[in-house]
Write a new protein. Sequence first.
Length: 98
Amino acid sequence: MHKGFAKNFLDVLVLAELKERSHMGGGYDVISFIHEKFHVLISSGTIYPRLYSLERAGLVRDIEKNGKRIYELTSKGQEAVVGIVNDSRVFLDYLSKR
């Protein structure tokens, strides 16, 4: 169940973690975070397209720091996380009534 959850909600997990941390390194750091938190190994072939997609959507931006690419939330990304949290509360409320 964890594996499916982590893969299906990868974008949401990355955005939520960026909100918590303020920035995250490149794909390898995302892979490490998912592995540590959910005990799931996700390939770089999965991570990098997702990061690029989030960047194209204007939710994250990459910056270079000490020769390393790191990602941080944009203001649009921060708004998206707030919306996701609100939507998840409605969803969890629905599930709890079943």
